[in-house]
Design a protein around this ligand. Structure first.
Ligand code: PLP
Length: 414
């Protein structure tokens, strides 16, 4: 099997499982219990919180453990918007994950919020001018994702944070796909809240983090025993939190070097696929060797360069990459994404038709249509998402199998 679906989920890393094991077996206490087992669990939870804070460059008290990316997004958006007295207006983008779009929609339907949706250009990038125009005196929250799960587009979060703060508006970012690939330094990004999910970075499913700056008031979504300083009730997932902390620390180790290496593999893979299937459309921000879309970012660049952000030895770098290093997404006009997946699956290749997050959904991708891609073409999408373990040999095999699958599906549909 060749697994190229890391944006959907990742296996739990051995070191992570080993760190979790004692908390699931002998040291299994409830951190709220006032006996040795409970206190031991509390110490483990506190240490995990400190470790996450060190990875993100925030305070331990800013870290709220949740059940995953979806809950973190819900808590950030509902929690911040409902706690903020200055108005009922939210700014978001057209290509957010459903966890964001549905939370915002809930606030509009049940709490009378007005929503401004920022459009994206053909590459999937928002415009800072649009964002500046959208912010108003009654804007309670801006929520724009760091990196997109379908097309890998990376938004200019630090610049957006500056715009938001000039207007006194808090900024939340969904960084679920960015973890392990892009800098997560909270001070550098300037965000007020940031969502992460464990299962995208080598921790188990069912654990996540919401980083929310302490001075921000947050209306809880889950009410109960007041755990997580009253921000998220429910007995803490101690083992999951410890696993998350380990996975995040490991993902941060060698991040820049890994991102650079994976971006280079990805770029070669993209060129190979486009050579073999000239009719294929590479969707999202351009990479080396592909057609550059109509970017409106100053300093658009290849992410092979950008992935090394922070590497002082490389003087030509600018600070904002525009595409995740591990994402390669295409449309194959004249086919169907589902049929291509079946063909590739027969060849032992695991990838995805667009996003894996909408359960059983036949809907056309709102991300691809937001780029201006025709609905019929959007249904031919296939996303390959690499991991740090993906090899050049695997990618050469996959590119050849993509050509075979494309020909097979085309011949059936003619
Ligand atoms: N946000 C983004 C960008 C995602 O890609 C996903 C999952 O794919 C989520 C949020 C939801 O995360 P979780 O599966 O942990 O609920």
């Amino acid at each position: 099997m060749i697994f190229l679906d890391s944006a959907a989920t990742t296996p739990v890393r051995r070191e992570v499982l080993e760190a979790m094991w004692p908390l699931l077996t002998g040291d299994f206490g409830n951190p709220s219990s006032h006996h040795e087992l409970g206190e031991s669990a509390k110490r483990a939870l506190d240490a995990a919180r400190k470790s996450v804070a060190a990875s993100l460059g925030c305070r331990a008290s800013d870290v709220v453990f949740t059940s995953g990316g979806t809950e973190s997004d819900n808590l950030a958006i509902k929690g911040l918007a409902l706690a903020e007295p200055r108005g009922r207006h939210i700014v978001t983008s057209a290509i957010e994950h459903e966890a964001v779009l549905e939370s915002v929609d809930y606030l509009a339907r049940l709490h009378g919020f007005e929503i401004t949706v920022l459009p994206v250009n053909a590459a999937g990038l928002i415009s800072l001018d649009d964002a500046r125009d959208a912010l108003r005196p009654d804007t309670t929250l801006c929520t724009v994702m760091y990196a997109n799960n379908e097309i890998g587009a990376v938004q200019p979060i630090a610049a957006l944070a500056e715009l938001c703060h000039a207007q006194g508006v808090p900024l939340h970012t969904d960084a679920v796909q960015a973890a392990g690939w892009l800098p997560l330094d909270v001070a550098g990004l300037g965000v007020d809240a940031l969502s992460l999910s464990g299962h995208k970075l080598g921790a188990p499913k069912g654990i996540g983090v919401l980083m929310v700056k302490g001075r921000r008031s947050l209306e809880p979504v889950l009410h109960g025993g007041g755990q997580e300083r009253g921000k998220r009730s429910g007995t803490e997932n101690v083992a999951g939190s410890v696993g998350f902390a380990h996975a995040l620390a490991l993902a941060e180790t060698d991040r820049a070097a890994r991102a650079l290496a994976v971006a280079q593999l990805r770029n070669d893979f993209v060129s190979n696929v486009l050579e073999r299937v000239p009719a294929a459309i590479f969707t999202g921000p351009a990479v080396a060797g592909t057609h550059d879309h109509d970017h409106d970012h100053a300093g658009a660049q290849t992410d092979a360069q950008a992935a090394a952000d922070g590497d002082a030895a490389t003087p030509t770098l600018v600070s904002t990459p525009t595409r995740l290093p591990n994402n390669a997404s295409f449309c194959f006009p004249g086919t169907s994404g589902e049929s291509l997946l079946l063909e590739l699956g027969r060849a032992g290749i695991i990838c995805s038709a667009g996003s894996a997050c909408a359960v059983g959904s036949d809907d056309v991708s709102h991300v691809l249509t937001a780029l201006g891609i025709d609905e019929a073409i959007a249904q031919t999408a296939v996303r390959f998402s690499l991991s740090g373990d993906t090899t050049a040999e695997q990618l050469a095999t996959v590119a050849a199998e993509v050509e075979t699958a494309y020909r097979a599906v085309r011949s059936l549909s003619q």
